[in-house]
Write a protein that binds this ligand. Structure first.
Ligand code: ATP
Length: 454
């Protein structure tokens, strides 16, 4: 089993991530987060929000609607340009992205029908003769729009709308509202976390490429000036890389990849990705884009509203430039999972940063049949809950409970035993070192807080 298969299996077994609508045979490219997965994902978002909004004075948040007036998508260029070139096999008429197929071919022995890697692509990339499609049988690439369409209204004809293909537009259309309703001044940012939808042709690599996913973004508005642009582009590159390192991602698994001018998105003056060394190769999970004044200028043009910023300090009016940092919540969560996954001789451990761990502490009564111990343990558990995400386990033996908590990355396990009834202390076991400390009950909260803050 490769690492990805192990992560998929762990995710199912322990409740991180399940295939979307699984009991109906699933829906391609959709995933449901289970009890521990939704905690992990929430922690990723909360840490992001804390660093991007709560601890800063220059960034405010919004939470815009997923459904927008379709004109917004014409203005941003998505209706026209949010497209992927697809090729079609002239023999079996399957359609797919040529670059994905070529990447797939690299992992397949030439001419052999037996394709082990990248299971999710097998169907798409295998022709009716059981072998990968022949390159000479592919059509020229043609473009298909990635925006997911929907219909609203109760009477016919219903109105066609798009589910947002990225969350950016909801920020730009509120630029003026935010400026007018707050005291914020340029340079400043608007942050948002939310769902986006894309008709991905080849969803795959678990949650990496999904049709429904979440993004966390800051649009950082600056004065339209080359030097300012360079300064803030570099600032956000450093800032974002630092964030992933701070939360424990291994440096050797992260890198920047600057976009060549020919591959930049239609709006970008400069662009770089942060890539992760995934089991299937280096892959983007966040992008930093210098979008210039593209978005605000287009929205001004299409809406007919004046979106210029009045810079009272400089006595100027201008359309600001925007440096965007756009990260995938699901891809970040997946890479935190992969990066922290360690197989030891006798256990599997998720060495997640404690701030990301779904539960910070698991509480166990050593035995389940001693009422005094169970009651004491329960009181401790209830008292910890207001401070930390905590879980309870009284099944099986202590070894099995440790094993289960290690697999979901719980940094501390607190055991209440016979001695607790005499000395008012419990045993706290550390996930990574497996060392055990005896801690007095009144000190437990501070003990865990200190360790979490390290
Ligand atoms: P890719 O080249 O992989 O399709 P992209 O360059 O189109 O990605 P952006 O439009 O820059 O991606 O979106 C910003 C972020 O949103 C990405 O870095 C990624 O983390 C996330 N993202 C984009 N598409 C998907 C998807 N289909 N599934 C999950 N996350 C996605």
């Amino acid at each position: 089993m490769d690492v990805l298969e192990k992560i998929v299996s762990l995710s199912k077994r322990r409740g991180f991530i399940f295939p979307g609508s699984e009991i109906y045979g699933g829906l391609g490219g959709t995933w449901d987060y289970g009890p521990v997965g939704c905690l992990l994902k929430k922690n990723v978002k909360d840490e992001w929000w804390k660093d991007m909004v709560s601890l800063r004075d220059d960034i405010v948040g919004v939470d815009a609607a997923i459904m927008m007036n379709p004109r917004a998508w014409e203005a941003s260029g998505h209706v026209e340009a949010f497209v992927d070139p697809l090729v079609e096999c002239k023999i079996c008429h399957k359609r797919f992205r040529e670059d994905h197929f070529k990447e797939f071919l690299k992992s397949v022995p030439v001419g052999v029908g037996n394709v082990a890697p990248k299971k999710e692509y097998q169907d798409l990339f295998i022709c009716s003769n059981g072998k990968p499609h022949a390159l000479e049988k592919l059509t020229e690439p043609r473009v298909f729009n990635l925006l997911v369409e929907s219909l609203i209204g109760v009477t016919e004809p219903k109105e066609k709308i798009y589910l947002r293909g990225e969350i950016t537009n909801g920020v730009h259309v509120n630029f003026k509202n935010v400026v007018d309703s707050t005291r914020i001044k340029i340079p400043f940012g608007i942050a948002q976390i939310g769902k986006a939808f894309r008709n991905e042709i080849t969803p795959g690599n678990f949650t990496f490429r999904s049709r429904e996913f979440e993004q966390m973004e800051v649009q950082y508005y600056i004065r339209p000036d080359e030097k300012e642009g360079e300064k803030w582009f570099q600032y956000w590159k450093d800032n974002r890389m630092e964030w992933y390192l701070k939360l424990g991602m291994k440096k050797e698994n992260l890198r920047f990849r600057d976009h060549a001018p020919s591959e930049r998105a239609h709006y970008a003056r400069a662009a770089t990705d942060i890539e992760y060394n995934a089991p299937w190769g280096w892959s983007e999970f966040m992008g930093i884009h210098h979008r210039g004044d593209w978005d605000l200028r287009r929205h001004q043009e299409y809406s007919g509203r004046d979106l210029r910023y009045k810079d009272l300090e400089r006595n100027e009016e201008y359309i600001p430039w925007d440096i965007e940092s756009s990260a995938g919540v699901d891809r970040s969560t997946l890479f935190f999972l992969i990066d922290s996954f360690v197989e030891e001789e006798k256990r599997i451990v998720l060495r997640l940063h404690p701030r990301l761990a779904p539960y910070k502490v698991a509480v166990f009564p050593l035995v389940a049949n001693n009422a005094e111990i169970v009651t004491k343990a329960h009181t401790i558990y209830k008292n910890l809950k207001p401070f930390f995400s905590a879980t309870w386990d009284d099944r099986g033996n202590i070894g099995k409970r440790y094993f289960a908590q290690d697999e979901i990355g719980t940094p501390f396990c607190a055991t209440i035993d016979h001695q607790t009834l005499d000395d008012d202390a419990i045993t706290i076991r550390d996930r990574d070192t497996m060392k055990q400390d005896r801690v007095k009950i009144p000190n437990i909260v501070n003990y865990i807080k200190d360790r979490l803050e390290k």
